[in-house]
Design a protein around this ligand. Structure first.
Ligand code: ADP
Ligand code: MG
Length: 250
């Protein structure tokens, strides 16, 4: 689904991504690991349109998507979550889900008044969808909680939930497990597997927790110093000498 060819992202003279090439197969849950500073988040940012690459190419299903802005990628079904969750803290969990950008075409107040019946129906449909997402994620009990009151792990679940409000094809998850307790991490893992199996989502997952990676991901891609160092099953990459050295070297 995604092909990254010889991608570079330099900040001044610093090569955060330094000629990375990789592929993410349709239907896979691909892991992306590597020591801190390896360039993983920067790679995500370039693929997801947050940063323009210095050079190189990204394609999605054969179509060149290099440097497209996030909202265009969003419409193609390419979504990313951030290492730090960015919910609306003073809105409830359900309202956060309902805030997902939809197809609304800049309604004027006048149109809104004439179409108020339709808008009410759309809101009802959104609410129904949000409630389905909450049930899928097993957090129905948090529907009316302010998002700002959620734990770190619950916020990550909410982020995952937001990707379910639209027709996503591929979701990039940056450190979903960071600071999350084991129980909640398992819930997040289960949700990812179900979204993959039942809805056909493809995932690319950055994560430090090797149990999580080993349980969910195949293949696993290892980055170090802006380059792809190895790729294979979790067992293969963790037995790879160069990978062990890269981790020990930091
Ligand atoms: P990872 O996610 O693998 O830990 P990052 O992609 O966040 O690594 O960072 C890779 C390197 O690029 C780091 O050394 C980081 O300091 C640097 N870097 C990331 N973003 C910027 C930026 N906006 N400006 C300058 N340097 C950056
Ligand atoms: Mg990172």
């Amino acid at each position: 689904m995604i092909r990254v060819e010889n991608l570079h992202k330099h900040f001044g003279g610093f090569r955060a991504v330094d000629g990375a090439s990789l592929e993410i197969a349709t239907g896979s849950i691909t892991g992306l690991i590597g020591p801190n500073g390896a360039g993983k988040s920067t790679l995500f940012n370039v693929i997801a349109g947050v940063h323009k690459p210095t050079s190189g190419r990204v394609t999605m299903d054969g179509e060149d998507i290099t440097g497209l802005p996030p909202h265009e990628l969003f419409h193609k079904g390419l979504l990313r979550t951030f290492q730090i969750a960015h919910e609306f803290p003073t809105m409830t969990v359900r309202e956060n889900l309902m805030m997902v950008p939809g197809g609304q075409s800049g309604e004027t107040l006048w149109n809104a008044w004439f179409n108020r019946g339709q808008i009410a129906r759309e809101e009802e449909a959104l609410r129904k969808k949000a409630d389905e997402v909450l049930e899928f994620l097993t957090i129905t009990h948090l529907a009316d909680e302010y998002a700002g009151n959620l734990s770190g792990g619950q916020k990550k679940l909410l982020e995952l939930g937001r990707t379910m409000m639209v027709e996503a094809k591929i979701v990039f998850l940056d450190e979903v497990g960071a600071g999350v307790n084991r129980t909640l991490l398992n819930t997040i893992g289960d949700a990812i597997v179900r979204l993959n199996k039942e809805r056909g989502y493809t995932f690319c997952v950055i994560e430090h927790d090797m149990d999580f990676i080993g349980r969910l991901c195949n293949p696993v891609i290892v980055m170090a110093e802006g380059k792809v160092l190895a790729e294979g099953s979790p067992e293969e990459v963790l037995a790879n000498e160069a990978v062990i050295e890269a981790y020990l070297g930091t």
